[in-house]
Write a protein that binds this ligand. Sequence first.
Ligand code: AMP
Ligand code: MN
Ligand code: MN
Ligand code: MN
Length: 283
Amino acid sequence: MEFNRYKKYDLHCHSLVSDGELSPTELVRYAHGCGVEVLALTDHDATAGCAEAAAEANRLGLVFVSGVEISVTWGKHLLHIVGLNFDVENAALQTGLAGLRHQRTGRAVEIARRLAKLGIDGALDGAQTYVNGQILSRTHFARFLLDNGYVKTMQTAFDRYLGDGKKAYVASEWVSLAEAVAWIRSAGGHAVIAHPARYKLSATKLRRLFDEFKQLGGAGLEVISGRQNINITKNMTDYAKKYELRASIGSDYHGPSQTWSKMGQIPLLPDACEPVWELWQGT
Ligand code: AMP
Ligand code: MN
Ligand code: MN
Ligand code: MN
């Protein structure tokens, strides 16, 4: 497989298997139409879309890379760790992901209970109607709240009810950073910190995270994530260099209703970065 810096990469996006809006096939077709040449599907806590996406990518001549976005609890923070280019059949990884999906079901019941206390009934069944794949996400609750007139935008659903510390927020103990990295590595893949600027960590905490992640065998961080300020890109480029982490790039595309985000429009990696895909040369 030939990977080079000037190809159009998108190594972070979602399908109906998690909280995206397109089927894996539709997503690959859309990515191809946007000029993406190397694509990873990274559904939350699930890889069930990878086979279908790979088959469609193969038909279209697009390079497909297996992927997943794992929910991690780090201290009191929820982090997302992306796994790339691993063996999807790996038992340790799949057992771990199944556990996370089970936790999601329990959390959903509790979110619905809290919403009911606030006078919003039927949220669990309501959210379920949007689930096409394997996981139940806050995104599905947000769609239920939006479509039933409780909020005017998805953002408001998070700001008022579902976001961290809001009225229907349920803190969960996902997996540790060490476990997530270990699963990805045991499946032969590379672990990448998703959208590092979105956790609102202080500079000190961010440094601690990079340090710990590197020690655990983490491979890289998303230097470019969809809709990102240029200063953040500069910052992340510097961190990647300092911690000897590779750079990844992804839109975090969820579907057409995310009108601000399209695939194939994210910038190339800055020249100073060492791309994560260089690790895949010859695989
Ligand atoms: P979960 O993994 O179920 O906790 O849900 C988190 C998902 O909610 C993220 O992956 C995003 O897709 C989505 N999300 C988080 N914050 C927002 C927001 N402010 N507006 C819209 N979607 C959001
Ligand atoms: Mn999502
Ligand atoms: Mn994420
Ligand atoms: Mn994502």
